[in-house]
Design a protein around this ligand. Structure first.
Ligand code: KG4
Ligand code: ZN
Length: 345
């Protein structure tokens, strides 16, 4: 019988290991960030990500057991992200999971990283649990450096993609603008802090597909407009007006995300909405989402940051539920840069 599982997440630049059970209880989650290693390149370098995963992973597994005061005989399976993500990075987690599965005679299951993000609100620990009235169905906005999509979620494995960005992810857009304006890497959080002292109406940036009758989004036009604005102004002026520039650029992204989320909640007549993924840390997005939820009488859940950014706990929860219903992978499972068509309805 499946109860507690060990979970491994290495799809991008965070190495993370967790022990989670089928109720969503997180016994431990430990992660290693690679921000310092990628900072000098101004973005994530796939080879460096893979190399660092291979250095960090085994010690993190040991730490996860130690922190939870559990050992191998307490876990009944291994969950591992095998899609979507950077292939070299995914391979490190997958090969480790397969080897441990063989060595410890435990079943394993490859997990869709995005499914983890969508079910993250159900995780629980000493300091967090979702509100008692939270449950299916809900509309979810998953917004990170690699993804920006809206889903209608009606149960485990029942995710309808309502819309997605046609080009860049919102997080990538934040990061690029931050890099071009001299804020460095990781850009999103620095831009957020700088924007707090700025006027969101100071500069006019485009809001693509805002009024169009679709849940799809597009951020590449905004990224180009941001680049043109910064180049036109030059470094001195940019520096002098950085808070206003950041606040205005941020507002354009947040306007689109909130409008699409509100539209989807209305269309699907749900009472509950969630925001997940690294960009959900953005203070303006949080404030605007709370305001919208209050206005529309919706229950908004944004899991705490440790479960919003890439983490193994969300992978473990999905893995525990799926293995409990008899789903297991075979040793020939490979990594995939994309989610599978069968992952979504
Ligand atoms: O989910 P995540 O940790 O990793 C993946 O991309 O899968 O998300 C990272 C993204 C980066 O683009 C980062 O700049 C963005 O989330 N981010 C933020 C903030 N904190 C993180 N963007 C805007 N405001 C923030 N406070
Ligand atoms: Zn992610």
């Amino acid at each position: 019988m499946i109860d507690k599982v060990l979970a491994i997440e290495t799809s991008c630049d965070d190495t993370s290991v967790a022990i989670v059970d089928t109720s969503g209880w997180v016994y431990s989650v430990v992660s290693a960030s690679q921000d310092l290693e990628h900072e000098e390149y101004g973005g994530i370098v796939p080879e460096i990500a893979a190399r660092n995963h291979s250095i960090a992973l085994i010690p993190l597994i040991e730490e996860a057991f130690k922190k939870a005061s559990l050992n191998w005989s307490d876990v009944s399976g291994i969950a591992v992200t095998n899609r979507p993500g950077l292939v070299g990075a995914l391979i490190v987690g997958l090969v480790t999971a397969k080897s441990l599965s063989q060595a410890k005679q435990l079943p394993f299951l490859g997990i869709n990283h995005l499914e983890g993000h969508l079910l993250a609100p159900f995780l629980k620990d000493d300091n967090y649990s979702s509100p008692e009235d939270f449950g299916y169905p809900y509309v979810g906005l998953a917004v990170s450096g690699g993804h920006t999509s809206l889903y209608y979620i009606t149960g485990l494995g029942e995710y309808q993609v309502l819309g997605t960005t046609r080009d860049d992810a919102a997080g990538e857009c934040f990061d690029k603008f931050a890099k071009m304006s001299g804020l460095g890497f990781p850009g999103g959080v620095r831009l957020d802090h700088t924007a707090r002292n700025g006027n969101p109406q100071a500069y006019d940036f485009p809001r693509s597909m805002l009024k169009e009758d679709t849940f799809n989004m597009s951020f590449s036009g905004l990224k180009s407009a941001g680049q043109r604005m910064l180049e036109g102004m030059g470094p001195e002026l940019v520096k002098a007006h950085l808070p206003d520039l950041c606040a205005s650029f941020q507002e354009a992204i947040v306007d689109v995300l909130i409008a699409k989320l509100e539209k989807a909640a209305k269309f699907y007549k749900v009472q509950r909405i969630i925001i997940t993924g690294g960009v959900s840390a953005n203070s303006r997005l949080r404030a605007r989402a709370e305001e919208m939820a209050q206005r529309k009488k919706l229950r908004l859940v944004i899991p705490p940051l440790r479960y919003c950014t890439d983490n193994a706990a969300m992978i473990g929860y999905v893995g525990a539920l799926r293995m409990a219903r008899g789903e297991f992978s075979t040793i020939d499972l490979g990594p995939s840069p994309q989610a599978l068509e069968s992952d979504f309805k």
